[in-house]
Design a binder for this molecule. Structure first.
Ligand SMILES: *[C@@H]1O[C@H](CO)[C@@H](O)[C@H](O)[C@H]1NC(C)=O
Ligand SMILES: *[C@@H]1O[C@H](CO)[C@@H](O)[C@H](O)[C@H]1NC(C)=O
Ligand SMILES: *[C@@H]1O[C@H](CO)[C@@H](O)[C@H](O)[C@H]1NC(C)=O
Length: 389
């Protein structure tokens, strides 16, 4: 979430109509106050805080994340844990909230686990176990390596993480091991799903979403799915990273690379590109929320914000560029004001990972992650042009 620290560098599944796919419902919750959310993400991403911000960041990070409730342990005595969905890391672990309960299927491997994110404001440290993981009653993993945290930071209100990132992100996380198979890898290896593929269909604001394991379900998107290869540019190539260009109102602002991160609420641009977007929209930086703010006249004049990926344009409407108004006060803003979801990463462009495609993007587009073919699929959904944000 906000991209696990990249340990090292690092791959065609065409899903047939009869592929076995299984859908897991997701819900979303705010864990505690969301005030300072934009500041927190900026710090996590490693950018410098706006001057007063560093002091103002609360010790306990709050997250505004999608999560799934997942059972771990033997069927008779499994415990359910609320795990944050993270495409920016690949280890699955518990113990941030609820304590791990060992059952007859739990087996300690003797290895230590440490996963950290961005500037280490988020981390987990603990021990590795093999256990039975019950994602749904049809998606049961017999032998999954999981981390069991003895110490964590930043996961207040959740029990841990369901890691959906590329397996290379697990390299270096577990003592004595190279890579730790992800839950998707293990579902595939155990024959529960017929393709090592996972996809996400998320909805804006307080609506839910779903993960599909093992196939790309055409009923979850509208029109055609565009496949883009994972970028070759370091360090974005260690994540679900894409070559993408950004245009606003038809004018190109950047040709670069980005990574998909369900652990980020916003869409992060490098400072130079953020400044171009800010002047093009006429927005001002709002000190209460650390987000850009526009007047209603400026909102009415917002142009499409285009992401060009594999030759296709994925366009955020005006409504797709604003923070859900129902959540204005939650982030420390005012009900009547209009805040934008593009934020400043605090870095200049050209560093090999310029754009973070956070939830504000993913709520509007369906995404699929195909490990065997090393590619990411994107498509429009019924929410792409929604005006109910
Ligand atoms: C998995 O969880 C579901 C829902 O809690 C439960 O009905 C089912 O028995 C569990 N199956 C296994 C094998 O743990
Ligand atoms: C979708 O793909 C098909 C087959 O390539 C093509 O004929 C059709 O025009 C595409 N539709 C859209 C909306 O791009
Ligand atoms: C969204 O709006 C754009 C621009 O009008 C249009 O091309 C696209 O087909 C729409 N998408 C959906 C899913 O309705």
């Amino acid at each position: 979430m906000l991209l696990a620290l990249l340990p090292l560098l690092f791959l065609a599944v065409t899903v047939s109509a009869d592929a076995k796919s299984l859908i897991v419902p997701l819900t979303r919750k705010a864990t505690g106050s969301l005030q300072g959310l934009a500041k927190q993400e900026r710090l996590r991403f490693g950018g410098k805080a706006y001057s007063p911000a560093r002091r103002a960041v609360p010790a306990k990070y709050s997250l505004w994340a999608f999560y799934a409730t997942i059972g771990i342990g033997s069927p008779v005595s499994a415990v359910n844990y609320d795990l944050v969905i993270d495409t920016g890391s690949a280890n699955t672990w518990v113990g941030a909230g609820k304590t791990y309960k060992q059952t007859s299927t739990s087996e300690a491997t003797g290895s230590k686990v440490h996963v950290s994110w961005a500037d280490n404001t988020l981390y987990m440290t603990g021990k590795e176990y093999i256990d039975m993981v019950n994602i749904t009653s049809d998606l049961v993993i017999k032998y999954q390596a999981i981390g069991v945290a003895s110490d964590t930071a930043g996961f207040h209100g959740y029990d841990g993480v369901l890691g959906l990132g590329p397996v290379s992100l697990t390299d270096g996380t577990t003592s004595g091991k190279h890579e730790i198979p992800t839950v998707t890898d293990t579902l595939f290896k155990e024959g529960t799903i017929s393709a090592n593929t996972v996809s996400l269909a998320l909805a804006p604001a307080t609506n839910g979403g779903s993960i599909t394991f093992g196939a790309v379900d055409g009923s979850l998107y509208v029109g055609n799915l565009t496949w883009a290869p994972i970028t070759s540019t370091y360090p974005a190539n260690g994540y679900w990273g894409l070559d993408a260009s950004i245009a606003y109102g038809g004018r190109t602002l950047l040709n670069s690379v980005g990574a998909i991160d369900t652990g980020s609420s916003f869409i992060h641009f490098p400072t130079d590109v953020f400044n171009k977007y800010r002047s093009a929209t006429g927005a001002v930086l709002d000190s209460a929320t650390s987000l850009l703010r526009v007047t209603s006249a400026q909102y009415d004049a917002l142009q499409p914000l285009d992401f060009v990926i594999a030759g296709q344009t994925f366009s955020l409407t005006a409504n797709g560029q604003i923070w859900p108004r129902s959540l204005n006060t939650a982030i420390g803003g005012t009900t009547s004001k209009i805040y934008l979801v593009v934020t400043d990463s605090g870095k200049t462009s050209g560093k090999g990972l310029d754009i973070i495609f956070g939830l504000s993007f993913l709520e509007r587009f369906f995404t699929a992650y195909d490990t065997a073919a090393g590619r990411i699929g994107l498509a429009q959904t019924t929410f792409t042009n929604a005006t109910t944000n």
